[in-house]
Design a protein around this ligand. Structure first.
Ligand SMILES: NC(=O)C1=CN([C@@H]2O[C@H](COP(=O)(O)OP(=O)(O)OC[C@H]3O[C@@H](n4cnc5c(N)ncnc54)[C@H](OP(=O)(O)O)[C@@H]3O)[C@@H](O)[C@H]2O)[C@@H](O)CC1
Ligand SMILES: [K+]
Length: 510
């Protein structure tokens, strides 16, 4: 098994991994040759020969470019190289790579994108430390209207690999070839969309690198957890498979809670109860034969209500209705110390006093804010208020509130209070529709009710929910996400069983 295959590395951690390789006898030149050849192979696999321009920067990203140019030329491509720096001014591995080119070299200022059908952007990668300027900025601007292919080496120039953010202009990119492990820019928004398709290539960094380089997060992947309840104990009964309670809003506002409860059932909780005030009981009970609706005493401490129902876990917030009662219910539920999912109104209701929420939470709580809810609870950790990327901001939020935080979006980040963080990109833009967040909350609740630790329940549910989203066609709604959940659960757990079986037969296989 390779060393931390799902790790995400910052530029400095990637530098540490490179240094580790060098300490193990793999030279910088070998790494650069491997990187350039891997990028060239990716181009050759995807496109037939055509007029190509390789834009080389002053550092090692440019070094990769010189290798790519050689390789494409060797394959018979018409290639022109444009360089930002004087070749005589290059140093180190980049100078070595440029020396191997041996063909004509043009200044970057002479490059016109429209003279070429494919551009290799090898201007800046991990070393970018300020917005593009001069000829590099002009070409990045021209690339916006360029109708040829643009391939970026490591990251599109202008995009910060660590912050995944844009300052100024970024090359419009169809495909990005990166090396060894993903960087935040390949996964977090807006970087992910700007990279086009991302291809990850090994460059020969030996196992053991993670002793020297600490990943900043992990890509959420089924290798990291098991789908809770995928194997059902033959002696199981409905109560042994987890009792999930879902708090509903008043009459006319129970749809969100019902979606969460249905996801709870599909996610494998054996007994799901929707708790409501009297006015909404019929509405809930008549919506599904299998949902149990129970009225609760409005003034009773909600922790006692959950205890009376012998809840193994609870979901609070979807459609719950913002008001002082909800605040008291959340705090009371936290006092029971059972796993909780707090979503939507259960988060927004604490906008005026987030600390009152934070002091009640415990490590088995999972908060599932979208951007707006996150900003209400953590106003100093928004993108505009904080310099860190979404991983760093979610990690700080989890540390501050002492619970698992699932910061939703196209790039959902899951962080635990101990600093561990995961990024999920196994999803679909079709999930951006009302009610899908309620489904996710219910699915996390189902996994918690079945005994999964909070961070695993969150990671597994986010992935399976994303998988269901990827199965949606046009016109997908929260109802169709629910309809796809069984197939998603089955596909993810079957893939896990198959992989485990292969590993049992051959422990050395990845
Ligand atoms: N062994 C390895 O390490 C391997 C590394 N590999 C490759 O190396 C890449 C990282 O290389 P790198 O560290 O040399 O950084 P790189 O992105 O080339 O740029 C740095 C230069 O740009 C300059 N500069 C920065 N911003 C600027 C701006 N806006 N406008 C103008 N100038 C700007 C900065 O100069 P400064 O002015 O800041 O002194 C410096 O001269 C990595 O992405 C991967 O592709 C692979 O080959 C595998 C093995
Ligand atoms: K680049």
């Amino acid at each position: 098994m390779s060393d931390q295959p799902h790790a995400i590395l910052t530029a400095s951690a990637m530098g540490e991994a490179d240094s580790f390789a060098v300490s193990q006898g793999v030279s910088g030149q070998v790494l650069m040759r491997n990187a350039g050849e891997a990028a060239a192979r990716t181009i050759l696999r995807n496109w037939a020969p055509r007029e190509a321009a390789v834009l080389c920067g002053p550092g090692n990203n440019g070094g990769d470019g010189w290798i790519i140019a050689q390789r494409l030329r060797d394959e018979g491509w018409p290639v022109r190289v444009f360089t930002l720096a004087q070749v005589s001014g290059l140093s180190g591995d980049a100078a070595w790579a440029a020396a191997g080119w041996g063909g004509p070299v043009h200044p970057l200022g002479d490059c016109r994108l429209s003279d070429h059908a494919l551009i290799v952007d090898a201007l800046f990668g991990a070393g970018l430390n300020r917005p593009l300027e001069g000829e590099a900025a002009r070409l990045a601007q021209d690339s916006q209207g360029y109708d040829g292919v643009c391939v970026a080496v490591d990251t599109p120039s202008g995009l910060s690999g660590d912050r995944a953010a844009v300052q100024g202009v970024v090359f419009r990119t169809d495909l990005t070839v990166t090396f060894h492990r993903y960087k935040p820019a390949h996964l977090l928004s807006p970087g992910r969309a700007l990279c086009g398709q991302v291809v990850l290539c090994g460059i020969g960094i030996p196992d053991g690198w993670s002793k020297q380089a600490t990943p900043c997060a992990t890509l959420n992947h089924p290798d990291l957890w098991r789908v809770p309840g995928a194997r059902i104990d033959p002696d199981a009964h409905k109560h042994s498979r987890g009792r999930l309670c879902v708090l509903a809003g008043g009459r006319g506002a129970t749809g969100a809670a019902r979606l969460a409860a249905r996801a709870g059932q599909i996610g494998g909780a054996g007994f799901v109860t929707v708790l409501s005030g009297q006015g909404a009981l019929n509405e809930i009970a008549s919506s599904s034969e299998s949902l149990v609706a129970r009225q609760y005493e409005a003034d009773a401490p909600f922790g006692d209500v959950l205890e009376d129902h012998r809840a193994s876990a609870a979901v609070m917030g979807p459609g719950a209705g913002i008001g002082p009662r909800l605040k008291a219910q959340v705090r009371s539920a936290c006092g029971l110390k059972i796993p909780l999912v707090l979503d939507a109104d259960a988060l927004s209701v604490f906008e005026d006093a987030p600390d009152a929420l934070f002091e009640s939470l415990h490590a088995d709580c999972v908060l599932t804010p979208h951007g707006g809810e996150f900003a209400r609870l953590f106003p100093d950790l928004t993108e505009t208020a904080h310099a860190g990327n979404k991983i760093e901001r979610t990690r700080e939020a989890a540390r501050r509130c002492g619970a698992v935080v699932v910061f939703k979006g196209a790039d959902t980040v899951i962080a635990a209070p101990d600093g561990e963080a995961w990024v999920n990109v196994h999803a679909s833009a079709r999930l951006a529709t009302a009610g899908t967040g309620d489904v996710l909350a219910g699915l996390i609740g189902a996994f918690l009710a079945q005994g999964a630790p909070a961070h695993e329940a969150a990671c597994a549910a986010v992935y399976v929910h994303g998988d269901a989203g990827r199965r949606l066609g046009p016109g997908g709604t929260a109802d169709t996400v629910l309809a796809q959940l069984p197939q998603a659960l089955d596909a993810v757990s079957q893939a896990q069983f198959r992989k485990a079986a292969v590993q049992r037969l051959n422990p050395h296989m990845v």
